[in-house]
Structure formats: C-alpha cells, structure tokens
Design a protein around this ligand. Structure first.
Ligand SMILES: CC(C)(COP(=O)(O)OP(=O)(O)OC[C@H]1O[C@@H](n2cnc3c(N)ncnc32)[C@H](O)[C@@H]1OP(=O)(O)O)[C@@H](O)C(=O)NCCC(=O)NCCS
Length: 165
C-alpha cells in the first residue's frame, strides 16, 4: 500500500530540531520520549494519570501506516527524542497530539513539530485537525492557534479544538 506521507519520510532540520518520521513499530522511541515526560505532562497528554504505557498503548502509539503518521524531533547532541507529534487520519480530518520532553518545553520545539505535522497533513489532503485539550494548557492552545482557523467545543472537562487548515 502506498504510504500517503512517503514524500516526507526523509528528515528535515528546522530551527535546531531534526524532524523525522517514526518507523512503524518503533516502540522504543515512543517509550524513550514517554520516559522524559513528568507526571504533569503525562496528565496533559493523556487526559489523566498515566504512570506507564501498557503494551497495547505502546503498540498503538508506535503504529505507522496510511492513517497513522508520527514525527519525532531530536536536538543536536542528544540521541534520545525531544518530542513527538502524531496524527490519526479519518477521511479529510485527523486527530493530533503532541508531547515534548519536560527538559525541552517552552523552547519552540512543540511549535516546530506542529507546523511540520500540519504541512504533512495538508499535503495528504487533510483539511481539519482535531485536538483534545484537558484542563488548563495555555501552551497547546497557543500552538494550535498558530496552525490555522480554530474553533473549540467543550465536552465534560475536556475541550475539543478543531483547526481548519
Ligand atoms: C504542549 C506542548 C506540546 C507544547 O510544546 P512546547 O515546545 O513546550 O511549546 P512551544 O515552546 O512551541 O510554545 C508553544 C506556545 O506556548 C507559549 N508558551 C511557551 N511556554 C509557555 C508557558 N510556560 N506558559 C504559557 N505559554 C507558553 C509559546 O509562547 C508558544 O506560543 P506562541 O506560538 O504564540 O509564541 C508541550 O509543552 C508538552 O508536551 N506538554 C505536555 C503534553 C501536552 O500538553 N500535550 C498536548 C496535548 S495534545
């Protein structure tokens, strides 16, 4: 099956971050990034306490195929991942999620991953990105606002942001 994001498989260097696509099944990279998230970051990323990832969760997060696209960012001189951005496609929409290692947050890396992911999404014909934001998370809101036109709706304690590309 043709990989929808094939033209983006090579790595890119953007303002201090090397960005490459995750290899299908690369659970090791997903775990390495998870290990660099503190409790609060894990709560924000997974909308609840997440002390560890189960085998099934890890396999899902490491899945890459026609509808699952994942970017990993690396900082020079550090072999461990600095951040991950993922997209799960459903027709012309996609659910997106981000995680930047605690030690690298607030340095613009989340924004770089987001704009690269949005560019890949656009190139693949996706017109709408959805992101679930739980609780107070000004960084992700600021990051999403920069991607395109934005709309938010509440569902329980979570906000679902819809970004039009
Ligand atoms: C949310 C997250 C991905 C953002 O990545 P980041 O690299 O920390 O963010 P950036 O440095 O690119 O900053 C993003 C925006 O937040 C703003 N920001 C940065 N630090 C901030 C802070 N401490 N407080 C408020 N806003 C802040 C930046 O100014 C930027 O806004 P701008 O684009 O208008 O300038 C990252 O913090 C993270 O992994 N958090 C934990 C997991 C999470 O919340 N995931 C999102 C759920 S999908």
């Amino acid at each position: 099956m043709r990989h929808v994001y094939a033209r983006h498989m090579q790595s890119r260097y953007v303002r201090g971050l090397t960005v490459r696509s995750l290899r299908n099944g690369d659970a090791e990279t997903v775990s390495a990034l998870f290990a660099r998230l503190g409790e609060r970051s894990r709560e924000r990323r997974f909308c609840g306490a997440k002390p560890r990832l189960s085998e099934v969760e890890l396999a899902n997060l490491a899945r890459v195929d026609r509808d699952h696209h994942v970017l990993v960012g690396y900082v020079d001189g550090d072999s461990e991942p600095a951040g991950i951005a993922r997209l799960v496609r459903d027709g012309s929409s996609a659910e997106i999620a981000f995680a930047v290692a605690d030690k690298y947050q607030s340095r613009g890396f989340g924004s770089i991953l987001a704009s690269e992911l949005a560019a890949d999404a656009r190139a693949a014909g996706i017109t709408r990105l959805m992101a679930t934001v739980c609780g107070d998370n000004p960084r992700i809101v600021a990051l999403l606002q920069r991607l395109g036109s934005i709309d938010a709706r509440w569902g329980g304690g979570e906000r679902e942001f819809v970004v039009g590309l």
